[in-house]
Design a protein around this ligand. Structure first.
Ligand code: URA
Ligand code: SF4
Length: 193
């Protein structure tokens, strides 16, 4: 059950990031979501609220979801690492290794048909799990990686924080999500991919 995993995360001390957290951020959304969105790690606002993507990057994400008529309630949103790294540094490979089993369990429970990875950290952590070789996000964003074996499609795109920092990326970010929206509309009402 999703709630049990979320509760475990709230009490987790498997890596040193628990020491600096105000709240762990397990993720939130629908247990039977068709779309799962995976970011990197909570930022300041997320750590304060215990909720994913509630800060500035979250605002841009919300905008792009709304544009494609995707409601946050029909999606599950989480991160590779569930506690905020100090000063928003990238999570270390050891922290990712310790935390990623939670993401595996969330993916198994939700069984989404599409997973969107936001940015390099999420993309390089997830693609290999499904047998794909990651490349830099600027090269592979918008690519559709279909795993017949795992019955899931992965679509990497830019991290919304990167689009805020570099607005030239925003058009591609929007286009990648339009693609995801179209894919979801074509599977809705039917059985999962
Ligand atoms: N950036 C992320 O990667 N995740 C969040 O939840 C917020 C900002
Ligand atoms: Fe546990 Fe993950 Fe938080 Fe580390 S980041 S303490 S592994 S929940």
């Amino acid at each position: 059950m999703l709630e049990e995993i979320e509760e475990e995360i709230r009490h987790c001390r498997k890596c040193p990031l628990w020491k600096g957290r105000t709240h762990a951020v397990p993720g939130e959304g629908n247990e039977s979501a068709q779309l799962m969105i995976v970011g990197e790690a909570p930022g300041k606002r997320e750590d304060e609220m215990g909720r994913p993507f509630v800060g500035k990057a979250g605002q841009l994400l919300r905008e792009v979801l709304e544009r494609n008529s995707l409601r946050r309630e029909e999606i599950y949103i989480t991160n590779v690492v569930k506690c905020r790294p100090p000063n928003n540094r990238n999570p270390s490979s050891d922290e990712i290794k310790k935390c990623i089993p939670y993401l595996h369990r969330q993916m198994d429970t939700i069984a989404p048909c599409i997973i969107v990875t936001l940015g390099n950290v999420a993309t390089s952590s997830l693609l290999p799990l499904f047998g794909f070789i990651p490349e830099k996000i600027s090269i592979i964003h918008g690519t559709i990686f279909e795993s017949a074996l795992h019955r899931v499609t992965i679509v990497p795109t830019f991290h919304p924080a990167a689009c805020i920092y570099n607005p030239a990326l925003k058009q591609d970010f929007i286009r990648d999500f339009e693609r995801v929206g179209a894919m979801l509309r074509s599977t809705r009402g039917g059985r999962k991919i």
